[in-house]
Design a protein around this ligand. Structure first.
Ligand SMILES: Cc1cc2nc3c(=O)[nH]c(=O)nc-3n(C[C@H](O)[C@H](O)[C@H](O)COP(=O)(O)OP(=O)(O)OC[C@H]3O[C@@H](n4cnc5c(N)ncnc54)[C@H](O)[C@@H]3O)c2cc1C
Length: 470
C-alpha cells in the first residue's frame, strides 16, 4: 500500500523532516505558505533570517547524516561561509571571563547567512525523489483524537482542500497552531512552559575588512547573576566577505533599531571588542530587529492521549532564546529521531508517532535546560521562581564555567554539552566534578585572546579604543 507523508513548513525543521521521510515513504509533500525564493534570499516567513545563525556541531553532524550526498560543509565553504572550531577559532567572553583558545581544533561550528543555509537545504531536499513542494497554508488537521488522517489547506485565494496522509509532521515554527489543531480533535491540556527574559535582537551587516577573512568568531556574553539586564554581541563571518553583527539585550537592556545607537550599544557591553571592530567597518545594511525570542516548550511527548499519524518538530515543539544558537540543531536532531524511529516500522505502526515525539524530546530537553536555566536569572524575567535545585545547579555550573576558562578538559566537556553533542549529565561525571572542585589549571585571562595579526586588524579598525587596551 502506498504511504504518504505531509510536512507543514519548508524551513530547517520541515526540510530535514522531509529528508528523513523521503527514503521511508512513497510520497512526501512539503506545505509552505510563503513563496520560496529561487536562491539565497530573504522571505517573509523567516524574519529571523536577518540575524546571526550559527549551526552547532550536533546540527551539522545530524544534517550530514540525514543528507549524506549533500556535502553541506563543502557547499557552504565553497559559497564563502566558514567552519570555525569552538575550542580554537572563537574569542568568547563567558559569564566568568574570557575562554582560552586551545591548540586543538574541535567542536566545529558552521557560519553563513541563514538565507544561504536554507537555500542549500531547499535545493538538496526538494530535488529528492518522491518529494514535492506545495504552496499552501495548513489550517487544520483531519481525523480524530485517535488518528490524524491528513491536513486541510487553503491556497493563496483562500480555496480550501483536504489532503490525506498516513503521517503529518508539523514544522510550522514558533507560530505553529498544533495546540489549537489538536484541541479541535479533542486533545487538550498540552503543558506549556515559558521562560521569557524579553530578549530583543538587533543585527547589521558590515563589509569585512581586507585581511580579516580568518578573523575569529567573536562572542561577548552577559553574566546572568550580574543583577543587570543581559546584553550580548556576536560578530559572525558570513559569505560575501561580510560580518553579521547581532546584538541582544534582555528586558530593560534592549537594543533599538536606531543605526546611531548600534555602535554605542556594542561598545557598552561587558567588553567593547565587537564595538571596536565594527567602529571602522563599513555598514552594508540597516538594523533589523526581532522580538520573537522567548523560551517556550510544549510538552507534546507527555500528552495523556496522542493521535497516531501526527508529529511536531522544530520550533513548533520548543523555541529557545537565540543567543544559545540551538534551534536549528534541535530541529536537525528531531529529524534524526524521526528517521530512527520510523526506520524499521510502517507509518501505520501503533504508537509510532508517540515514540517519535518522545525520541525528539531528548534533544529538546537538553537545549531547554541549558537556555531556561540561564535565562531565569535575568531581571524582569517572566517564569516560575527558581527552585532549590536550580540554585544548586547554577552554583555548580558557574564554578565549572570559571574553571573551564583555565582547563582544557573542563572546557571541552562544556563544549560537548553546549553544542548539544552530549546531554547535561556529562557535566556531573565524578571525574569532572573533581576537576571542577579542583579549580582552574591556568590563571584567568586579562583580555581577549587575540594573536598579533588579529590585534593588528583590531587596531586598524578601531576608531574608539585606547591604544593601550588589549
Ligand atoms: C533572532 C534569532 C536568531 C537565531 N539564531 C540562531 C542560531 O544562531 N542558531 C540556531 O540554531 N538557531 C537560531 N535561531 C533559531 C532558528 O531560527 C529556528 O530554530 C529555526 O528556524 C527553526 O526552524 P523551524 O523550521 O522549526 O521553524 P521556522 O524556521 O520558523 O519555519 C517555519 C516554516 O513554516 C512555515 N509555516 C508556518 N505555518 C505554516 C502553515 N500553517 N502552513 C504552511 N507553512 C507554514 C513558515 O512560513 C516557515 O517557512 C534564531 C532565531 C532567532 C529569532
Amino acid at each position: 500500500m502506498s504511504r504518504r507523508a505531509i510536512v507543514v513548513g519548508a524551513s530547517v525543521a520541515g526540510l530535514l523532516a522531509a529528508a528523513a521521510l523521503s527514503d521511508l515513504v512513497d510520497e512526501v509533500t512539503v506545505l509552505e505558505r510563503d513563496v520560496l525564493p529561487d536562491g539565497p534570499a530573504p522571505r517573509k516567513g523567516l524574519p529571523q533570517g536577518r540575524h546571526a545563525h550559527i549551526l552547532l556541531t550536533s546540527g551539522l553532524n545530524a544534517i550530514e547524516a540525514l543528507l549524506p550526498g549533500l556535502g553541506l560543509r563543502q557547499r557552504v565553504l565553497a559559497a564563502g561561509g566558514r567552519e570555525i572550531s569552538l575550542t580554537s577559532g572563537a574569542v568568547m567572553l563567558g559569564p566568568q571571563g574570557w575562554f582560552r583558545r586551545w591548540r586543538h581544533h574541535s567542536h566545529p561550528l558552521l557560519t553563513c547567512s541563514r538565507d544561504l543555509l536554507d537555500a542549500t537545504l531547499r535545493e538538496a531536499v526538494l530535488g529528492r525523489p518522491r518529494t514535492g513542494l506545495r504552496h499552501a497554508r495548513a489550517i487544520a488537521l483531519l481525523g480524530s483524537a485517535d488518528r490524524v488522517t491528513g491536513v486541510r489547506i487553503a491556497d493563496a485565494q483562500g480555496a480550501e482542500e483536504d489532503l490525506r496522509a498516513d503521517l503529518v509532521v508539523d514544522a510550522g515554527g514558533r507560530g505553529s497552531r498544533a495546540v489549537q489543531w489538536l484541541a479541535a480533535l479533542g486533545i487538550t491540556g498540552i503543558r506549556e512552559a515559558v521562560v521569557d527574559s524579553g530578549v530583543v535582537y538587533a543585527s547589521r551587516v558590515y563589509r569585512m575588512p581586507e585581511g580579516a577573512e580568518g578573523f575569529p568568531l567573536v562572542l561577548v556574553q552577559p553574566d546572568p547573576m550580574d543583577a543587570m539586564p543581559g546584553r550580548a554581541a556576536a560578530l559572525v563571518p558570513i559569505e560575501g566577505g561580510r560580518w553579521l553583527a547581532s546584538l541582544s539585550g534582555t528586558r530593560g537592556g534592549e537594543p533599538t533599531g536606531d543605526p546611531a545607537a548600534f555602535l554605542r550599544f556594542a561598545l557598552g557591553l561587558r567588553h567593547p571588542l565587537v564595538g571596536r571592530l565594527i567602529s571602522g567597518a563599513e555598514p552594508l545594511s540597516d538594523v533589523a530587529l526581532s522580538r520573537s525570542t522567548r523560551n517556550v516548550r510544549r510538552y507534546f511527548e507527555s500528552a495523556v492521549t496522542w493521535p497516531e499519524g501526527f508529529v511536531v518538530l522544530g520550533d513548533a515543539t520548543a523555541a529557545f532564546n537565540p543567543v544559545y544558537g540551538q534551534g536549528m540543531s534541535v530541529a536537525a536532531l528531531g529529524a534524526q529521531a524521526l528517521r530512527r524511529e520510523l526506520g524499521g516500522s510502517d507509518t501505520a505502526a501503533p504508537g509510532l508517532a508517540r515514540r517519535v515525539q518522545r525520541a525528539a524530546a531528548e534533544a529538546v530537553e537538553a537545549a531547554w535546560s541549558l537556555s531556561s536555566s540561564q535565562d531565569r536569572w535575568f531581571p524582569g524575567v517572566l517564569a516560575d521562581r527558581p527552585t532549590l535545585a536550580d540554585h544548586v545547579l547554577t552554583r555548580y555550573v558557574r564554578r565549572m564555567t570559571r574553571v573551564a576558562a583555565g582547563s582544557y578538559r573542563v572546557s571541552t566537556a562544556m563544549c560537548d554539552v553546549t553544542t548539544l553533542q552530549k546531554d547535561g549529565s556529562r557535566l556531573l561525571r565524578p571525574s569532572l566534578l573533581l576537576a571542577t572542585l579542583g579549580g582552574p589549571v591556568l590563571p584567568p585571562l586579562a583580555g581577549p585572546p587575540l594573536t598579533e595579526a588579529e590585534r593588528a586588524i583590531l587596531h586598524g579598525l578601531d576608531r574608539v579604543g585606547s591604544p593601550s587596551r588589549p
